[in-house]
Write a protein that binds this ligand. Sequence first.
Ligand SMILES: NC(=O)c1ccc[n+]([C@@H]2O[C@H](COP(=O)([O-])OP(=O)(O)OC[C@H]3O[C@@H](n4cnc5c(N)ncnc54)[C@H](OP(=O)(O)O)[C@@H]3O)[C@@H](O)[C@H]2O)c1
Length: 257
Amino acid sequence: MDSIRRTALVTGASSGLGLTFADAFAARGYDLVLVARSADRLEQGAHRLSSRFGIDARAVPLDLAEPESWRLLADQVPTTDILVNNAGFASFGDVADTDPARLTAQIMLNCGALTALTRTYLPGMLERGHGVIVNIASTAAFQPIPTMAVYAATKAYVASFTTALWSEVKDTGVRVLGVCPGPTQTGFFTAGGDESVLTSRRSPDQVVATALAALDADRPLAIDGTLNSVTAFVARHAPAKLQTAAARFAVRPSRSS
Ligand SMILES: NC(=O)c1ccc[n+]([C@@H]2O[C@H](COP(=O)([O-])OP(=O)(O)OC[C@H]3O[C@@H](n4cnc5c(N)ncnc54)[C@H](OP(=O)(O)O)[C@@H]3O)[C@@H](O)[C@H]2O)c1
């Protein structure tokens, strides 16, 4: 029996997709490092998963939109076998109407932390000749989205960065995958400030199953769900006028205000 302990570090692990990824890796025998801001929810998750699966699970509460947290995490957790860069959030509304600090925090978290943590853990993976980096992008990556302009741009960054990285690590034993969920039933919409948009949603279990299946294929990006795949393909190839009009329609609030 393999007695080597392997670790999965999951950011944004206090809820939603991150917690579901943590569950899936714990079930496969991985020790866990769970990172997000909510210390109590992380501790609860760590306790539940270690009791259920007999693994070690450690909660590391940090605000990953703050660049000093990237170094703190690297100091506390110098190495991992799997990195899931999942922490992220959106804000809904026109750029001119949104708190500038919220726009900056989105870029720092969705792009900055993801890039910094990749840079922290990738060299060790390359040295050992194995490792997995899963970056959570979105179908928002495939077209600009009015009222979610910064969010869509951050996810386009994640998809581009991940695809380039996938090519850089080819034949090294390290696997890099970008996952592109469409609307998924998590705390994402409440955190973004509008529960009424994009109400046809898939489940976190479906997204994580898509991600785990895609790890066996040699593709840079995995889109969750057939309908999302078709929509993303069409969106990617549409002219800007059509892209933005369709995206604006798709994210309109479903209630009348
Ligand atoms: N749900 C969707 O429809 C959807 C679709 C496409 C892509 N995604 C992406 O999926 C990822 C996970 O989101 P989710 O859907 O699972 O939403 P969620 O339930 O709101 O989870 C977001 C996670 O990120 C953490 N987080 C937020 N700000 C943070 C910060 N400053 N520092 C550290 N952690 C932070 C949150 O924990 P704390 O609040 O405790 O910090 C939480 O654990 C995100 O990257 C999101 O963009 C979601």
